[in-house]
Design a protein around this ligand. Structure first.
Ligand code: ZN
Length: 139
């Protein structure tokens, strides 16, 4: 299946990335540990450097995990671009409802069944328009 190729590659990259992060955590933990033992044996300067590097490594791992989490969550979220919305009104009770545009919607056509009065009659599509969500700041 040629279509699956890129996805597999991406999965591989992610697991390799986690492998690297795990490796970095191990090295950092080792650096912090050896830093403390150095300090106990009064090698204060190399001990402090070692601890500093270890903390830096852990911070790097944390930063990368946060970045990855942010990227994954934006990938999963719905696109924030303009959306076509269908507005419909019940013929018997006058209840108005909006929902994302569906294929086959047209003005004065039949919409969904009214959820309010339960008449089972489909609502009348009054308007179809482009809804632009407020622009997000940052990023
Ligand atoms: Zn109704």
């Amino acid at each position: 299946m040629p279509g699956n190729n890129s996805e597999e590659k991406y999965d591989l990259n992610i697991s390799f990335f986690f492998f690297l992060l795990g490796f970095l955590v191990m090295i950092s933990a080792f650096l912090i540990y050896s830093g403390f033992t150095n300090m106990q044996q009064s090698y204060t300067l190399p001990g402090a450097i070692s601890i500093g590097l270890g903390v830096l490594g852990l911070a790097l791992v944390g930063y990368n995990l946060l970045k990855l989490q942010g990227r994954l969550s934006t990938m999963g979220a719905a696109p924030a671009g303009p959306q076509v919305v269908t507005k419909q009104k019940c013929k018997s009770c006058g209840h108005e409802a909006s929902r994302p545009f569906k294929e086959g919607d047209f003005i004065y056509g039949n919409g969904d069944a009214c959820p309010k009065c339960g008449s089972g009659e489909s609502m009348l599509i009054r308007s179809i328009f482009l809804h632009k969500p407020a622009k997000k700041r940052g990023l």
